[in-house]
Design a protein around this ligand. Sequence first.
Ligand SMILES: NC(=O)c1ccc[n+]([C@@H]2O[C@H](COP(=O)([O-])OP(=O)(O)OC[C@H]3O[C@@H](n4cnc5c(N)ncnc54)[C@H](O)[C@@H]3O)[C@@H](O)[C@H]2O)c1
Length: 335
Amino acid sequence: MGCGVVADYGHLPAIVKTPGLELVAVMDPNQERVHAAAEKFGSPLAFTDAKSFFESGLDAVLICSPAGAHLANVKNAAEYGVHVLCEKPLAMNDAESEEAIAAMDSAGRMLFTGFVYRFSPVALQIKAWVQQGVIGEVRSLRLIYIWDLHGQYEQDVDGEWVESPRWRGRMLEGGPMVDCGVHQIDLARWWTGQEVARSSANAAWVAEYEAPDHVYMHMDHERGTHTMVEMSFTYGHTVREPRHHFSYHLIGTGGVIRYDRNGWILEARTGQETIRVPGGSEKNFGGMHAAFAEALRTGEPGHLPSGRDGLIATHLARTATDMAIANRFTPTAVP
Ligand SMILES: NC(=O)c1ccc[n+]([C@@H]2O[C@H](COP(=O)([O-])OP(=O)(O)OC[C@H]3O[C@@H](n4cnc5c(N)ncnc54)[C@H](O)[C@@H]3O)[C@@H](O)[C@H]2O)c1
């Protein structure tokens, strides 16, 4: 459901390639888009209304409509007894997310949140190293993604520089912590196996929206591990040659795990050795859909994030953003 940007580059190519999954139907209220997707990915059926879509006989649905439509889509799936993999955020707020989870629970069907970063070989390798205790007990995580979100400005048909609607939209929805930071928050909970006991956030405003565009979030986990997440949409948002920075650092009692997109470095440095493995992209739609196919076959979630995992990460990201806004420092005038 939803044949937009992420369906086109991520989900649909993965679904058609995944053994155990069969693309039966696509749905989007936009007629042009739904037919284009059906043609491009070979879907036998294409619908612009949800009722006909669900009546076409589905086992599972992938929801990648805009966040505001997720709750209605999930409730519809629950009504028809269809398992769900839903893009993040699960819904617009905690109450809606609880409603989505309850609807799927009463239907006795599985609900997963599409935190696609978990399935990258990098994240899975880190999970394995942490579980094997390769760096001892993990005490500190630094998860950084600072980038330009493809730039704040773009040229329109007349060559005029205008603000990118995509950039503006993501800032109005809550900014970088809500949009991208949810993935890092989810990784921190998943890697450490620890819930977040308390959190705080501070931020900078490079562009002037209500939401901060460069956020530093701190989380204390229940067994004392600390995570810092740094997220930005204004790291080079106006420059000709932006340079992104994406890294994970996990610091343990017996070593350090380090991933850096620049150079695709992934390594664990310990007292005995340095283990290096090839790094790769941080997202893996194919891996996530393979896990979804396995969950549909076995009824077991594997590494798939639950609906509640989706709720928790989004709640933490929104709370951090609200805290940063409330804590915003107002300088006094300097004479
Ligand atoms: N995990 C990731 O890496 C990642 C990346 C991008 C987007 N996303 C998430 O995926 C979702 C979609 O993002 P996008 O960038 O593809 O958006 P988009 O606007 O490009 O596409 C959304 C599509 O949904 C359709 N739609 C609108 N209402 C609908 C409804 N009621 N039912 C079904 N379809 C409906 C729209 O017509 C549009 O074609 C968002 O929740 C976004 O946060 C996740």
